[in-house]
Ligand binder design. Structure first.
Ligand SMILES: [Ca+2]
Ligand SMILES: [Ca+2]
Length: 368
């Protein structure tokens, strides 16, 4: 297609995306190569590092500010107390605040003053931090192209892969787990590594999710395959004139046999996650090796897969959820300057997630 036509097709695609975030209904009859060259790249740097666990014992973090920090007699200060769960697991927190004798409590919101110098917040349950990641690999009838042999189109990039090999392919940006990637690690074992990978990301089998490498796995059919003596992998970018997809097709043998498996991943490049697995079902027999169909996030901490030992019987879509911060609870305590001198506001948090309570102290001075 001419460059002008491609640009107008891209503009039309953008318009469609803004009008309707759902993917376009597949129309196989309109598919053609988008005319985008795919480049085989060198080995990528190592996969994204994992988020470090919080160093402190308690995943609940406590903060407190009192405004103003200095009050005159009869003037009030309001302290805002916030507890936030920074851990992955949900946890409870019990919060209490005490003031010094020169700063009696006059009001509280989100907590109850239990004595003139103490306030208590009701027990709160704080949701854990959720990483972005796949939550389902499931049929999506009517919204998946299904297997269309790439050999029906021109302009395929042929990636010959032997046994236990990976090749990186630079591609137009596709979205996976809220992140846009421009590189695919393509392994001979029937899975992709979003963002690219290296030899340490090649494994003949594994489960999903798993923090062990490889991570960021998109696996239409992960097993011990070998591209030796067969086509290996084909890749292309197809468009129906409205939307476009990177299509990767494996034509590989079960290792040590001439028993071929043919399957594809379709990765939409239209601004939203659109990841489809398509199968040439007359080749989808049990390979006689462990196999996994699924996907996991960049840390290998969240993912979805078909039950172990289950072959796909339909084409599949990978659905993900975005990241969510941990649960948070806040309340305020208002205290009045009663007697001149230094004082403070102390808050204690007890959480089922930590063996010892955590405290935070804020100095408040009463002046004339
Ligand atoms: Ca993993
Ligand atoms: Ca292999």
């Amino acid at each position: 297609m001419s460059r002008t036509r491609w640009i107008s097709a891209a503009a039309a695609a953008l318009l469609l995306i803004s009008a309707s975030p759902a993917q376009a209904a597949p129309d196989r009859s309109k598919l053609r190569p988008a005319g985008i060259d795919l480049t085989v790249a060198g080995a990528a740097a190592s996969a994204k590092s994992r988020q470090a666990a919080p160093a402190a014992d308690s995943p609940v973090k406590l903060s407190q500010t009192c405004d103003p920090a200095t009050v005159t007699l009869k003037q009030t200060t309001t302290c805002t107390i916030t507890a936030e769960n920074t851990g992955a697991a949900s946890t409870t927190v019990d919060l209490g605040t005490a003031t010094t004798l020169n700063l009696p409590i006059t009001a509280a919101t989100g907590a109850t003053a239990t004595t003139p110098f103490t306030a208590k917040a009701p027990r709160a349950t704080l949701a854990g931090v959720r990483a972005a990641g796949p939550v389902a690999v499931a049929a999506d009838p009517g919204n998946i192209f299904g297997y269309i042999p790439l050999t029906a189109f021109g302009g395929n990039t042929v990636i010959p892969l032997g046994d236990e090999e990976i090749s990186n392919l630079d591609v137009p940006g596709f979205v996976f787990d809220d992140t846009t990637y421009n590189r695919l690690g393509i392994t001979s074992n029937g899975y992709l590594v979003a963002g690219g990978g290296e030899q340490a990301d090649v494994s003949p089998n594994g489960t999903l999710p798993d923090p062990a490498r490889p991570n960021n796995v998109i696996a239409p059919f992960w097993s011990d395959f070998d591209g030796t003596g067969t086509t290996g992998v084909l890749a292309n970018v197809l468009t129906d004139g409205v939307a476009s997809w990177i299509v990767v097709e494996w034509q590989v043998n079960v290792r040590g046999t001439a028993d071929q498996r043919v399957f594809q991943v379709w990765l939409g490049i239209n601004g939203a996650q659109d990841i489809q697995y398509a199968y040439k079902f007359d080749t989808m027999r049990d390979p006689g090796q462990p196999f996994t169909v699924g996907a996991e996030n960049a840390a290998g901490t969240a993912g979805a897969r078909l039950p172990a030992g289950t072959l796909p019987t339909t084409d599949l879509r990978v659905t993900s959820v975005g990241a969510q911060p941990g649960g948070k609870v806040s309340y305020t305590v208002t205290a009045k300057g009663l007697i001149r001198g230094p004082g403070h506001v102390l808050t204690i948090a007890r959480s089922q997630a930590a063996s010892t309570p955590i405290t935070v102290t804020t100095p408040v001075t009463v002046t004339r």
